[in-house]
Design a protein around this ligand. Structure first.
Ligand code: GZL
Length: 311
């Protein structure tokens, strides 16, 4: 009976710098750029030798990157899976090569959990719940004329853990409140310009009143805000807007009265990732999931909080 987790327990013999291969999603958003900087800075500070490959939004590029790390015989691999499915084969190859894998930021949908050592990131379901909980309380104090709350949703990348779970958390929390209805849900892949363009299409085709925009990340919300303003509307007033990430530009939009709330999802995963890697090679047991602690920032706190923000 082979120990399926054996490959996670072989601390390195020599004292050479740890060699880490990291396969990133791409550079689609402010969040992602900050995440990449956090990983690179933390690897440098930890003296970990980082080989970093940008997947440029393609799963096949991330798979090829992981294969190149295996070929280079790195000590450990980490990556942020752009989507949840399609990783079994390449993770089997990493395991067969005795190279442990850490999931950073996004999760995979895999039965055999001996194929990855640890997940470091956010609870996306909770982020969706937090957005909905904030909206419920906001509408209580700012009711719509007829009690109906028509919501438009801008989704992140189809099949990605954040898009799947933010949507599900948001919907689960609103389920007991049938007057809150998602009347349109469109994909904008976490991009600013797609948020801007998809919002334009929605304004041109949607005949029903839109009371709320729920965007799976700030970049899409900021793009939609630009569209609303060009259409002569007042984002944050004519349409309540709630999004996720809590990047600096979201705080600036809240201070300008154009965004009503952002749910934090920290990209600053680098230090925790490097610590887990060092713990692993010190032979420590790794927790299966390390969930980052995060907050909810409504517009009224934006001015005081912004100076303390690190991204
Ligand atoms: C969430 C991360 C998402 C961000 C987006 O952890 O995967 O991808 O919310 C980013 O801004 O593009």
């Amino acid at each position: 009976n082979v120990d399926p987790y054996a490959s996670f327990r072989h601390p390195r013999s020599n004292k050479e710098p740890i060699r880490l291969g990291f396969a990133q999603v791409g550079s689609e958003s402010r969040w992602r750029l900050t995440n990449t900087k956090s990983i690179k800075d933390a690897a440098r500070d930890a003296g970990i030798e980082l080989t970093f490959i940008d997947g440029q939004q393609k799963q096949e590029n991330q798979i090829a990157a992981i294969r190149s790390f295996i070929k280079q015989k790195v000590d450990i691999i980490a990556f942020s899976p752009i989507v949840e499915s399609g990783w079994e084969e390449v993770l089997q190859e990493a395991k067969a090569a005795g190279i442990p894998v850490i999931l950073s930021d996004r999760e995979v949908d895999i039965k055999d959990d001996s194929l990855w050592a640890t997940f470091i990131g956010s609870d996306f379901l909770e982020e969706g719940r937090r957005a909905a909980r904030w909206l419920l309380s906001y509408i209580e104090h700012h009711p719509t004329p007829d009690g109906q709350v028509n919501i438009v949703e801008l989704q992140g990348t189809v099949g990605s853990a954040p898009a799947i779970d933010r949507k599900r958390g948001f919907e689960l929390t609103l389920e007991p409140h049938p007057e809150f209805r998602i009347i349109r849900s469109e994909i904008a892949n976490f991009y600013f310009d797609q948020g801007r363009d998809v919002m334009k299409k929605i304004l041109e085709t949607e005949k029903r009143r839109i009371d709320v925009l729920f965007a799976h990340n700030d970049d899409m919300a900021l793009g939609a805000i630009q569209t609303l303003e060009s259409a002569g509307l007042r984002p944050g007033k004519d349409m309540v807007i709630v999004s996720v990430d809590a990047v600096k530009e979201a705080f600036q939009a809240m201070i300008a009265g154009k965004l009503n709330c952002t749910v934090e999802c920290t990209p600053l995963l680098g230090p925790q990732l490097m610590k887990v890697i060092q713990d692993y090679f010190d032979g420590k047991e790794l927790p299966t999931r390390i969930i980052t602690s995060e907050e909810v920032f409504p517009a009224e706190v934006a001015r005081t909080v912004l100076p303390k923000r690190r991204y």
